[in-house]
Design a protein around this ligand. Structure first.
Ligand code: MG
Length: 225
């Protein structure tokens, strides 16, 4: 990975990992839909999942199908406490040791992501934050959205590496020439998922990638030179 000079990270369940937080956010999304359409929570959850599958994000589906105010929905659904989730992988140290520019590319809104950046203490390592609003609500894995992302930040995909927990989001990045790292969050006893051609590295989490993939490769390169 010596040729990599640009590191691109998803945020939720990639750099910041907290199942309770995402459970709360999904609950707020469902609550919003239930209140808005006067349905029970089961029907609201069905709609939430359906729009996520059909449109890549619940917010896109709600906007296209019902004209919902996207910002209002994002503010409501992300109004959950973020503190108190223990982060054990010290991603600030990992980012500090990676040479080159670093970006966060997320389907979440910037006000949520900025809160997590502060908790992780990585603000000063990040050269750019590309969120759902900057992407004009065109979410990953949209290929045009990726193209706008790399153009906006003047990124050369051939020397960039992209980290994601949502496997499908890696495909456009790989198609454009980026190295891709899929974070599975699977425990060592879980069966290994089948390989897919657009995943270059399959790891449990950021610490696994850094300690077991990046550092040995980097050390080997340094030893040879
Ligand atoms: Mg994610």
């Amino acid at each position: 990975m010596k040729h990599i000079d640009t590191w691109v990270f998803d945020m939720d369940r990639t750099l910041f990992v907290a199942d309770g937080l995402y459970h709360d956010m999904h609950g707020r999304m469902t609550q919003y839909i239930a209140e808005r359409f006067n349905t029970n929570m089961d029907d609201a959850q069905f709609l939430r999942d359906k729009y996520f599958i059909d449109y890549g994000s619940t917010v896109a589906g709600l906007h296209i199908e019902h004209g919902i105010d996207r910002l209002e929905f994002l503010e409501y659904s992300h109004d959950v406490p973020c503190d108190g989730y223990e982060q054990v992988h010290n991603v600030a140290e990992i980012l500090e040791n990676l040479p080159g520019r670093k970006f966060i590319y997320t389907n979440a809104p910037h006000f949520h992501t900025e809160r997590l950046m502060k908790i992780l203490q990585i603000d000063h390592h990040i050269d750019g934050l590309h969120d759902i609003i900057k992407a004009d609500y065109d979410c990953k894995p949209s290929r045009p959205a990726f193209e706008r992302f790399i153009k906006t930040h003047d990124i050369n995909p051939a020397t960039a590496c992209f980290f994601e927990d949502t496997q499908a989001n890696l495909k456009p990045a790989h198609d454009m020439g980026m190295k891709t790292v899929w974070l599975t969050h699977l425990t060592p006893s879980c069966p290994v998922p089948p390989a897919v051609p657009y995943v270059d590295y399959m790891v449990r989490d950021m610490r696994h990638w850094y300690d077991d993939i990046y550092r040995p490769q980097n050390d080997n390169i340094e030893n040879k030179n």
